[in-house]
Design a protein around this ligand. Sequence first.
Ligand code: 3AM
Length: 447
Amino acid sequence: MNRPKVQRRIVGKYEVGKTIGQGTFAKVRYAKNTETGESVALKILDKQKLLKNNKMAGQIKREISTMKLINHPNVVRVYEVLASKTKIYIVLEFAMGGNLFDKIPKLMQVHDGRLKEDGARSYFQQLINAVDYCHSRGVYHRDLKPENLLLDAQGNLKVSDFGLSALSRQAGGDGLLHTACGTPNYAAPEVVTDQGYDGATADLWSCGVILFELLSGYLPFEDSNLMTLYNKITAAEYNCPSWLSPGAKNLIVRILDPNPTTRIKVPEILEDAWFKKDYKPTLFEEKDKANLADVEAVFRDSEEHHVTEKKEEKPTPMNAFDLISMSRALDLGNFFEEEGGFKRETRFAATGSANELVQKIEAASKPLGFEIQKKNFKMRLENVNPGRKGNLEVATEIFQVSPSLHMVEVRKTKGDTLEFHKFYKKLSTTLNDVVWKSGDTSDSNNK
Ligand code: 3AM
């Protein structure tokens, strides 16, 4: 196959892989600890931006230090913090189950004509546990939203970015709460009106919005006009779907109380009848010590502690046989994960020339509003119409297996997974006639 050498990027003891996503203030990349083989997520920040504001840097340092001490099963672990000359790397537990919100279609499945609320309740119980625990340690999230709600391989909820909200406020530059997509759908009334607010009650409001969305499949407060959206939030003006159980509705009403002083608190949530069903409090061991020398060194900007960053050439790790077997396993039908979630990348084998495939991808993407950049057989597709989480960006790459058989990789690099999924469905319809399906016996597939 015509794949030249690929580069290995190394940061300290981590081998850095693909970009998982672009958050509000940082790029997130997959990485592997070369000593233990463990997968991690690297949050990569611009050092200059992070350290330029002393007050912010002090708060971020305190919160990262606290997060290093937190060992809660529903909170993404912070393993360590590294700095190079220009960057700061936060090494995080890798949540390999993707984003909770990609599970909404599954949660919304109706059984015997009734919506099952148990799935949503179980995630909500884990969310409340995580939030309550961090609050008890003096760390507030202040920016709870779907992209921070991840799942591990077992499907347990993992809340990410606890204690890092100061970073997004800094990225916003205005001192106000700043969200990735610029739409504060999850923010409490006292936050959007910038009244000065209590982190704990504001976080609970966001949990209420999340619960509403998990149960109904749509946001309680949404409007393309920011002022109208603010008005809806401050008036707590929303419509519950008729199918919600009275218990769920009642809890949502108590959480989405625009007055932070009368809004329900965690102890009352724990006593709520709807919440309590099948509730098992999370069991875990507390860590009483963590080595904070790395955090100290990063925030002192100590040069002697700078981690080395290097690039190494390495031969391609895959051969044609690997590719074909991967393609069999990852054909179009398998784009959907069994649990009803959606993957952020997929590959499939396709017949025809690489140029033909590029043209087909282009033909499928252009009418959907994508701007296309091409380089050799790599393409970057950017949708200029912002979606729920900003612009959708997709990278595709075509690898040659034989002159008439190729592997096409389609990967979301930015934006909402559900939107990516919609795009992928359209793309797969256009490409259907060239997709190589296992069991095909045409000549070109056997070459
Ligand atoms: O854009 P999406 O939602 O697909 O889920 C996070 C988000 O992906 C992912 O990086 C993107 C930008 O925040 N992410 C963040 N931390 C992660 C972690 N610890 C993570 N994915 C896995 N493990």
